[in-house]
Structure formats: structure tokens, C-alpha cells
Design a protein around this ligand. Structure first.
Ligand SMILES: CC(C)(COP(=O)(O)OP(=O)(O)OC[C@H]1O[C@@H](n2cnc3c(N)ncnc32)[C@H](O)[C@@H]1OP(=O)(O)O)[C@@H](O)C(=O)NCCC(=O)NCCS
Length: 157
């Protein structure tokens, strides 16, 4: 089930984020603020939820378990796709594509994103939805090990 995200999803967003990214730039508070603080006007996103988790028996049948999400922001007639993530146990099942489609179907403006040039899977996903590389940002992602460049990709409406 895909539905729009809200501030109540902040802890689950953080949980999926932690599994998917080594960076600790985002916290549950940051996720919550996106949906409630006026300075984050224009932020929205969608989550892919499972009502039953075959992999986690701590959840009861009535709980929604967040499997993946996509988030972005529309501001000044342009949209920035901020991030997409699918829990590693559920990748390569089409969930990323389903989230991308829901997000793009909601857009009425051009969409921009940054992606590490090393992230071949994400680049293939974006390309399949009509994103093209428009420029490269050198050393955009700084980690303890390296600082890969980023592609800036754009999808025009
Ligand atoms: C990038 C990411 C969101 C993709 O999510 P996903 O759910 O694995 O994506 P999909 O399943 O829709 O597609 C991925 C692959 O699975 C394949 N696939 C889709 N459904 C499938 C199915 N039923 N059976 C087999 N393969 C399938 C797709 O063809 C695609 O193949 P490709 O990578 O060779 O092109 C995910 O890998 C992720 O969370 N990565 C870590 C976070 C990240 O890097 N985010 C991007 C930041 S810019």
C-alpha cells in the first residue's frame, strides 16, 4: 500500500533510512520537522507500507510497517527529489519503481535530483523514469572513505 507520508511516520522513516544510508545527516526529528515546520513548506512524500511483516514478529497485524519511501520538495515552480530508499530486505521487487511512479504522477513541474555517480541502481531507476544527467558536482558526497561526484539529473514535465 502506498500512501502520503506525515509527521507520525518520522520514526519509521528514520528506521528505513538507517538501513539504507551510512550518513547520519537525518534524524527522526529532521523527518518530523519536514512535515510540520513552515520553513519546510512544499515537502511531501509517499511511503510503501506493509500491513503484515513476515520478517518482524514484533509487529501486530494492524501495524503499518514502512518498507520504503520517497520524499521531495516543490518550491518556486521546481521540484527537488530529496531521497528515495527501500529497506534492503525488500529491494529489487519493484517497490522503488512504484514509489517513483507515484511521486512523478503527482508532479506538475520539472524535477531535479542529485545522485552519487557510484549509485548505479538508483541511476538506472531514475533514467527509466525519464531523468537525464545535466551536470556533475565534483566531490559532492563526503564520506570517511571517499568523496564521490554526484550527477545532477533532471526530468522535464
Ligand atoms: C535505489 C533504490 C531505492 C531502488 O529501490 P528498489 O525497490 O530496489 O527498486 P526496484 O525494485 O523498483 O528496481 C531495482 C531493480 O530491481 C528490478 N526488479 C524490479 N522488480 C523486480 C522483480 N519483481 N523481480 C526481479 N527484479 C525486479 C528492476 O528491474 C531493477 O533492476 P536494475 O537495477 O537492474 O535496473 C534502492 O536500491 C535503495 O533504497 N538504495 C539505497 C538508498 C539509495 O541509494 N537511494 C538513492 C539515493 S539518490
Amino acid at each position: 500500500m502506498i500512501r502520503p507520508l506525515n509527521q507520525q511516520d518520522a520514526c519509521q522513516l528514520m528506521r528505513v533510512y538507517k538501513y539504507c544510508f551510512s550518513s547520519n545527516a537525518w534524524t527522526s526529528e529532521v523527518f518530523r520537522d519536514y512535515f510540520i515546520k513552515p520553513e519546510w513548506n512544499g515537502v511531501f512524500g509517499y511511503g510503501y507500507f506493509s500491513l503484515i511483516s513476515p520478517l518482524n514478529h514484533d509487529y501486530s497485524l494492524s501495524d503499518e510497517l514502512l518498507i520504503g519511501f520517497i520524499m521531495g520538495r516543490t518550491i518556486c515552480e521546481s521540484n527537488d527529489l530529496l531521497t528515495i530508499a527501500v529497506h534492503p530486505d525488500y529491494q529489487s521487487m519493484g517497490i522503488g519503481a512504484a514509489l517513483c511512479k507515484t511521486y512523478i504522477d503527482a508532479l506538475t513541474v520539472d524535477c531535479l535530483l542529485e545522485v552519487s555517480i557510484q549509485n548505479k541502481k538508483a541511476i538506472r531507476l531514475y533514467t527509466s523514469f525519464g531523468f537525464d544527467v545535466i551536470t556533475i558536482r565534483k566531490g559532492y558526497y563526503v564520506t570517511e572513505l571517499d568523496s564521490p561526484d554526484a550527477y545532477v539529473m533532471k526530468r522535464s514535465v
